[in-house]
Ligand binder design. Structure first.
Ligand SMILES: [Zn+2]
Length: 137
């Protein structure tokens, strides 16, 4: 079977057997392939594999695919920073202290959440855009 036919067959398999939402998020939390849950997403650092080492699933489904991951990353990181800073502001802690804690958080969190933003985006994409036999729909 050619790689293209193999990929199409895998996508049709996804259509026939939809992956339950809890399982997709479990795979995402473990930084595993959204399709099989076994292959690792990242080789080292911020370097991502092109496809799953177990099932061959191609992670980047189309050009610009990771734009959604960037959005997920920023939204979650900024929400976490707000959850940390708002209680301090309500307690009327010095604004200098709030900014001293908040600014590093706002800078660091997107880097720390990078891996999971991509894996969560892939899980969300499976839910939002069901896979069709011709690619994404
Ligand atoms: Zn896989």
């Amino acid at each position: 079977m050619t790689p293209l036919k193999d990929a199409v067959a895998r996508e049709e398999h996804v259509l026939m057997y939809r992956i339950p939402m809890y399982r997709l998020f479990w795979h995402a939390l473990r930084l595993r392939c959204p399709y099989c849950g076994k292959g690792k997403l990242f080789s080292h650092g911020y370097t991502m594999f092109d496809h799953c080492s177990n099932c061959g699933w191609i992670f980047e489904r189309e050009e610009g695919y990771w734009t959604g991951a960037i959005a997920v990353n920023l939204v979650v990181a900024e929400m976490l920073a707000a959850f940390a800073a708002i209680p301090l502001a309500i307690m009327q802690v010095s604004p200098l202290l709030v900014m001293g804690l908040g600014i590093p958080l706002v800078i660091a969190l997107p880097f720390l959440f990078y891996w999971h933003s991509k894996s969560l985006w892939m899980a969300l994409d499976f839910i939002i855009h069901p896979v069709s036999s011709g690619g994404t729909s």
